[in-house]
Design a protein around this ligand. Structure first.
Ligand SMILES: Cc1cc2nc3c(=O)[nH]c(=O)nc-3n(C[C@H](O)[C@H](O)[C@H](O)COP(=O)(O)OP(=O)(O)OC[C@H]3O[C@@H](n4cnc5c(N)ncnc54)[C@H](O)[C@@H]3O)c2cc1C
Length: 424
């Protein structure tokens, strides 16, 4: 059917940053966009990210930035060349939201919130003509048995019941598998496998880990932040990994900051060996010899806790960790206690479940896609965002790659439509 879009229309399924970015590219190029989402409103995970300040991107050099994507750096670097951190900040500014670079190089909106940005974005997309179809859960594709017809028959569940939408160009931006209550539940994995698309298993990324804390420690210290520590561990290849930062003790383990930065390595190590031992340096700024001499001072009638606090500034949850992990006898031996302060062993036995993770590793394999993110064996079907097989630490790298992949898929769709038009 010819219309003001010259008959060019595309279905986007999933209204997170990736799907919305694709919709934006398409509508601004004069393509009709129908965007479907399972939830009553779009961008729920984006809004949740806003609760932590919305770390949009990072101001470090392009080379370091792309290195954050590990094994997928080569592919993601290509997306970032077209739509990277600078373009993302400019895009936010166009929507009336200024950004600033924090002391760590992380980039945030001035108001540290996602809602104003999302509101302005959705307002603009609606004004430009994107049609939103909420409460529409995509359930897969039906066979189209008419010879010569290359359309996909997209099956949706909506409050009005089940119905089918026919489209020849479709972008899937269905998110990962964590925080399913926000919409992205990973149920698409089976649907895509059914379509013959290779998907690597979804795994937790930027996740916490289980530790067998004693009941006493857990009830006393769950929720306590452990600040300014260093974590070291050696992987199966004998390579030592070291990171400084903070983390939080949970009822059954550890999560946050420095643990997230190591989480992909720790997760893979546990998958291989069943558990992994990390070593905490509770005083990264102080040398072992100095700590020994401080602790060796006579403590008189003072308790060990106040001695550690006054001589080594160890208190609260850090003292709790020492009590939890160091044999009682070692407290009487300054060398042994100091050694524990510099390298306290903690055994991680499992990553926390995918649903609790900040993001998802695994997903649609790049080998299934061409450079424009079109599925090789299903021309006209594109994928974008966290549902692709990449992972990155927190720091703005997740959102930036989601936006960048949405941009890449949008441009890919435009090329695909142009190719089709030139053939008719
Ligand atoms: C607590 C938290 C804090 C975060 N903070 C940050 C941060 O500060 N910085 C950062 O870079 N990243 C952050 N992230 C990660 C970031 O929010 C995600 O990587 C990003 O939102 C993924 O975008 P996406 O478009 O790929 O998917 P999503 O945002 O997950 O959107 C996917 C959409 O698809 C819809 N959908 C899924 N399945 C179907 C279906 N079958 N039918 C129809 N619709 C469907 C969903 O309803 C959803 O709207 C955070 C994540 C969490 C959980």
């Amino acid at each position: 059917m010819q219309n003001k879009h010259g008959g060019r229309s595309v279905v986007v399924i999933g209204g997170g940053p990736a799907g919305l970015k694709t919709a934006e590219i398409l509508i601004q190029a004069g393509v009709q966009v129908d965007l479907y989402d399972a939830m009553p409103t779009v961008g729920r995970k984006f809004l949740m990210a806003g609760k932590g300040g919305l770390n949009l991107t990072h101001a470090e050099s392009a080379e370091i930035f792309s290195s954050r994507y590990g094994a997928r750096r080569a592919q993601i670097k290509q997306w970032l060349e077209d739509f990277g951190p600078d373009e993302l900040r400019k895009w936010a500014l166009d929507l009336g939201v200024t950004t600033f670079v924090g002391t760590s190089g992380r980039v945030f909106p001035a108001e540290m919130k996602a809602a104003p940005l999302l509101r302005a974005w959705l307002h603009r997309l609606r004004k430009e003509g994107v049609r939103f179809h909420m409460r529409h859960r995509w359930n897969g594709c039906a066979e189209v048995n008419e010879p010569g017809v290359k359309q996909l028959a997209l099956c949706f569940n909506s409050p009005e019941g089940e119905h089918t939408v026919y489209a020849d160009t479709v972008v899937l931006a269905l998110g990962g598998g964590s925080w399913s209550k926000l919409g992205s539940d990973g149920a698409w994995v089976q649907l895509l496998k059914h379509l013959g698309i290779s998907v690597s298993p979804l795994l937790p990324s930027n996740c916490g880990f289980d530790v067998r804390w004693s009941e006493h420690f857990s009830s006393r210290f769950a929720g306590h932040p452990v600040k300014s520590v260093a974590v070291t561990f050696a992987d199966a290849a004998g390579i030592s990994h070291y990171r400084q930062g903070d983390f939080v003790v949970t009822a059954g383990g550890v999560e946050g900051g420095v643990i997230y930065t190591l989480s992909s390595l720790l997760r893979d190590e546990i998958a291989e060996k069943g558990s992994v031992e990390i070593f905490l340096d509770l005083m990264p700024g102080k040398a072992l010899a100095r700590i020994i001499s401080e602790i060796a001072h006579p403590r008189g009638s003072r308790s060990m806790s106040s001695h550690l606090q006054s001589r080594a500034s160890i208190k609260g949850v850090k003292t709790g960790l020492l009590r939890e992990c160091v044999p009682q006898d070692d407290f009487e031996h300054p060398e042994r206690l100091a050694a524990a302060i510099k390298a306290l062993p903690i055994k991680l036995i499992a990553p926390r479940p995918l649903d609790e993770a900040i993001s998802t590793a695994g997903g649609v394999m790049f080998e299934s896609l061409n450079e424009s993110l079109m599925v090789r064996n299903l021309p006209g079907l594109f994928c974008a965002g966290e549902m692709l097989d990449w992972e990155a630490p927190t720091g703005g790298y997740l959102l930036t790659a989601c936006f960048a992949s949405g941009y890449c898929a949008g441009k890919g769709v435009l090329e695909w439509l142009a190719t089709k038009e030139s053939q008719t």
